[in-house]
Write a protein that binds this ligand. Structure first.
Ligand SMILES: Cc1cc2nc3c(=O)[nH]c(=O)nc-3n(C[C@H](O)[C@H](O)[C@H](O)COP(=O)(O)OP(=O)(O)OC[C@H]3O[C@@H](n4cnc5c(N)ncnc54)[C@H](O)[C@@H]3O)c2cc1C
Length: 487
C-alpha cells in the first residue's frame, strides 16, 4: 500500500520534472549579442566582448574552434592545415598574437626563389626576362583600361582574366601567370575575374624585385616596405586558438551548434535556430555578429524579415572562394627552398620547404579541386619529378619514407567550402571599386543591417586572409558596442 502510494508520488514527481525540463529546454536562450562562428573573426569579436563584460555567447558548428586555421602535431613536426603565413604588414594578426601572449617566428625571403616551366628550371636571366616581358605586355592594356574606365563596365566584370590578357603573351608567360595566381589566389586564369589584372601587374612587379634582389646586392622596396618577411605562429596555429579560448569564459563557448535559420521579429530581436547534436536549440538576441563564410551562409535559411539588401543577397549567393588545398609530407628537410613557382600543365603550384614541418605543397584552382578525387601520392611524385635535381633527390626520398601524408581539401569542408574569398568570376558586381568602398569600415555588400553585423575574412578586402578575419572581428565588436542601444 505504502509502496504503491510512494510509486505514484514518485511517478508524478518524475512527470512534473520531465515537463519542467522539456519546457526549460524548449525555451529560447536569450543574449544581448551572439557571435556565430568560432574562426579567427568570431574569436576576436568574442575576445573584445568578453573584455567588456558583455552578455554574449559564441556558437560554433564544429567540435573545435579556429575554423579555417588549425594545426596538428606529429612527432616533432607541426602541420598548419589552413591559414598559416602572417605578412609583415598584417598588423592585426601581430596585435592579436601580442594580446594573447603567443610568439611569432620570423621567416625571411633569404632562400633562393626558383621558377620551372615544363619541368625546366629557368636561369636567373631567363626568369627576370620573363617577368619583365610579362609586365611590359600588361602595361599598355592596363593604361588603356584606366583611361577608358572600361574596368567598370559590366562587360568587363563578367570576363575571366584568361579572356582579357594580351594576345602577345607567349605560352610560357601564360603558364607562369597561371601557376603564380593558382598559388596566390587558389583560382586559375579562367576562373579569376578580369579585374585582377591590376593586382597581378603589381604582384609580378614585387616578385621581379625579389628575383632581382637575389641577383644583386641592392635592397628592393618590397623588402623595406611590404611583405619583406612573414611570420608564423610558433608551435602552430592551435597555440593561438587555445590562447584566445583560455581568455573566454567557458560557458560562453558553444561548440557543435550549427546555425540553420535566422529571422527577425517585430520587436527587432533575432531568432536563431541551431542544430545541437540532433536537437534544435533556439536562441534570441538583440544583435548578431555573423562570421560564417558566404560560401556556407548561402545554404542557410535567411528570412526576408532580416531586411538584407539585393547587394547583400547577391554577395552571399555569388562571392567566390579560391581553393588552396595542401598536401603535407613529414620529413627532415632543411628550409633550402623558400618559394618555387612551378608552371607545368598539371600545375601543382607552390612549394614551401620548412624545417621541422616537412614539405607543404599548395594546390590552387582546378588542381586543388582534384585533390579529393585523386590519390595524393602519385600527384606528389609527379610534382617532385619536376623539381631541380638537387632538391628532387632529397624531397623524393622523403616521399618514399614519409610516415604519412596529410591532405586537406577545404572545398569539400561543409563549414568552409573554399579557402578564402578571392576575386573570382561569379562575383559580377562585387569587386568593382564602388562596391569596395568602405561603409563604416565594412565592404558595402557586408555592411551591417540593423543589429546584424557581418564579420569574417570576406567582409574586408584591404588585406584579406587571417588579417581581415581579425580586423573584421574587432571592428564588428566595436560597431556593436557603439550602437548597441539602438538595436
Ligand atoms: C589551405 C589554406 C591556406 C591558407 N593560408 C593562409 C595564409 O597562409 N595566411 C593567411 O593569412 N590566410 C590563409 N588562409 C585563409 C585564412 O585561413 C582565412 O582567411 C581565415 O582563417 C578566415 O577566418 P574567418 O573567421 O573569417 O572564417 P572561418 O575560419 O571560416 O570561421 C568561420 C567559422 O564559422 C563556422 N561555421 C560555419 N558554418 C556554421 C554554421 N552553420 N553554424 C555555426 N558555425 C558555422 C566554421 O566552422 C568556422 O569555425 C588559408 C586558408 C586555407 C584554407
Amino acid at each position: 500500500m505504502y509502496i504503491f502510494k510512494y510509486i505514484k508520488i514518485t511517478s508524478l514527481l518524475i512527470i512534473f520534472i520531465s515537463i519542467s525540463v522539456a519546457a526549460f529546454s524548449m525555451a529560447a536562450e536569450e543574449f544581448d549579442v551572439v557571435v556565430v562562428g568560432g574562426g579567427l573573426a568570431g574569436l576576436t569579436a568574442s575576445l573584445e566582448l568578453e573584455e567588456r563584460k558583455q552578455n554574449y555567447a559564441m556558437f560554433e558548428a564544429r567540435d573545435r574552434l579556429g575554423g579555417r586555421t588549425y594545426s596538428e602535431k606529429h612527432g616533432d613536426s607541426v602541420f598548419n592545415m589552413g591559414g598559416e603565413w602572417i605578412d609583415s604588414d598584417h598588423k592585426g594578426m601581430q596585435w592579436l598574437a601580442g594580446k594573447v601572449d603567443v610568439s611569432l617566428k620570423k621567416e625571411t625571403y633569404d632562400q633562393p626563389i626558383r621558377v620551372t616551366i615544363e619541368g625546366n628550371e629557368l636561369s636567373s636571366e631567363d626568369r627576370i626576362a620573363l617577368l619583365k616581358s610579362i609586365r611590359q605586355k600588361l602595361t599598355p592594356t592596363i593604361k588603356s583600361l584606366d583611361a577608358s574606365q572600361a574596368w567598370y563596365t559590366v562587360d568587363w566584370q563578367y570576363k575571366s582574366l584568361a579572356e582579357v590578357l594580351p594576345d602577345d603573351l607567349s605560352s610560357a608567360e601564360r603558364q607562369f601567370i597561371n601557376a603564380y595566381l593558382e598559388a596566390d589566389e587558389g583560382l586559375s586564369l579562367d576562373e579569376l575575374n578580369s579585374f585582377c589584372m591590376n593586382s597581378l601587374h603589381e604582384d609580378l612587379g614585387d616578385f621581379l624585385e625579389l628575383l632581382e634582389y637575389k641577383e644583386s646586392s641592392w635592397r628592393p622596396s618590397i623588402l623595406r616596405n611590404r611583405s619583406a618577411y612573414q611570420y608564423r605562429v610558433k608551435g602552430g596555429m592551435n597555440q593561438m586558438i587555445r590562447a584566445i579560448r583560455d581568455r573566454l569564459s567557458p560557458e560562453r563557448i558553444r561548440l557543435e551548434h550549427q546555425l540553420n535559420r535566422i529571422s527577425k521579429s517585430a520587436d527587432n530581436k533575432f531568432h536563431l535556430s541551431f542544430n545541437h547534436n540532433g536537437a534544435i536549440h533556439d536562441v534570441v538576441a538583440k544583435s548578431v555578429i555573423m562570421t560564417i563564410p558566404f560560401s556556407v551562409l548561402r545554404s542557410l535559411e535567411l528570412d526576408e524579415s532580416l531586411g538584407l539588401s539585393d547587394l547583400h543577397r547577391e554577395a552571399i549567393q555569388t562571392l567566390s572562394y579560391g581553393t588552396n588545398s595542401k598536401i603535407q609530407l613529414r620529413g627532415e628537410m632543411e628550409p633550402d627552398l623558400r618559394y618555387l613557382v612551378n608552371a607545368t600543365e598539371s600545375s601543382t603550384t607552390s612549394w614551401k620547404l620548412v624545417s621541422g614541418a616537412g614539405l607543404t605543397i599548395f594546390m590552387g584552382g582546378k588542381t586543388g579541386r582534384t585533390l579529393s578525387s585523386e590519390t595524393a601520392v602519385p600527384l606528389v611524385r609527379s610534382v617532385l619529378r619536376s623539381l631541380p635535381t638537387s632538391e628532387a633527390g632529397s624531397a623524393a626520398g622523403a616521399v618514399e619514407e614519409a610516415l604519412f601524408i596529410i591532405e586537406e581539401n577545404w572545398l569539400e569542408d561543409p563549414f568552409a567550402r573554399g579557402s578564402y574569398s578571392a576575386s573570382g568570376l561569379h562575383a559580377p558586381r562585387l569587386d568593382i571599386p564602388s562596391a569596395l568602398k568602405a561603409f563604416n569600415g565594412f565592404r558595402e555588400f557586408a555592411e551591417p543591417v540593423g543589429g546584424l553585423i557581418f564579420a569574417g575574412e570576406h567582409t574586408q578586402m584591404d588585406n584579406g586572409y587571417m588579417e581581415s578575419a581579425v580586423r573584421s572581428g574587432k571592428l564588428a565588436a566595436k560597431y556593436y558596442l557603439s550602437n548597441r542601444d539602438s538595436f
